[in-house]
Design a binder for this molecule. Sequence first.
Ligand SMILES: Nc1ncnc2c1ncn2[C@@H]1O[C@H](COP(=O)(O)OP(=O)(O)OP(=O)(O)O)[C@@H](O)[C@H]1O
Ligand SMILES: [Mg+2]
Length: 360
Amino acid sequence: MPVLDFIKSKKVIGLDIGSFALKLVELKPKKKGKETVYELVSLGYEPVPYQSIVEGSIMDSTAVVDAIQHIFYESKTKTNKLSFGVSGSSVIVKRIEVQRLSPSEMHEHILWEARPHIPFTPEEVNIDYEIIESDDVHPERVGVILAAVKKEKLNDYLNVIAIADKASHIIDLESFAILNSVLANYEMYQQRCIAIINIGASISNVIIARSGHPVFVRDIAFGGNQFTDLIQKELNLKYEKAESVKKGRQVEGVSPAAVKPAINLVFNELKNEISKTFEFHRSNTTEGRIDNILISGGTANLESIVDFFSQEFDIPVEVVNPFNNIDINPKKFDLEFIKDMAPVFNVAMGLAIRAVGDFK
Ligand SMILES: Nc1ncnc2c1ncn2[C@@H]1O[C@H](COP(=O)(O)OP(=O)(O)OP(=O)(O)O)[C@@H](O)[C@H]1O
Ligand SMILES: [Mg+2]
């Protein structure tokens, strides 16, 4: 569901503008019989200076412009157009139900019904929606996922992209990009009820999808930063050292055992937030069972996160590999880097797939 859909073109970069790092993916679609397969054309990763972006708001435009220019340069792409995602407090996502009307009447009807659910005037936001066909809803009604993005926040992103001399093509919800990436990479999850949890630095996106359709979406203002902050505080360390300790690296004077309690404490908080979302989903749908949990984002690399979630939720947990179904030329790309960093590229991959293809 692109929130805004500009001119269609085949050459578009997926750019994940994260608060910890930018991620760039460019794909080329190829037809193999009836199926579309994607080949990796460019890949990029560029750390963003600390606090240049805070919970989805751009605080230091110059730093973000520099990072955009640098990632494009380093990835050696010849493409100038990009697709990016929005998430966090600048986006309001709600699921509503409306009466089923004829297709020609639906658009106006949904926008009208959406008004009381969006706490802003139509002038303040861009609204988009996706109709969800679901057995939970009476046949005379349809489920609709509404997405409203504050124009003010959107303009901040459009500005830095324009100053970096790039063109914006599609603006998507990060959550839908994440779902697209998983569905394109894992055929088996197209039939099941899955929960994808993308845990970044400051935001975790939770998407519950059944048979390939999103049924519930929520962004939680919680992520890897909370782990680093607590380690910093508990062990009296500087930010960089706390980051290293969190990633399991040896830091002089810090024993791994000392870090465990802080990590476990934050794990529990994160679990409680996710549980609330699962509970809400269970109480609002007739078929509340979740078959699989898929995790991605940088924090999915935390040691023991898979074991922790599997035990707590008693549901099989897997780390997403967004390159699972992607053709990669080993002569052109560093396969070791891709293997280590794979879950970090889930959002960028979903944006790139949507940008080049007709997957959804
Ligand atoms: N090996 C690792 N172990 C633990 N945490 C890690 C590891 N690698 C990265 N991280 C953490 O992942 C987070 C960054 O993930 P990601 O790149 O998905 O975030 P982002 O998209 O930039 O941020 P956001 O979307 O929240 O603004 C950071 O908190 C970082 O410390
Ligand atoms: Mg992110």
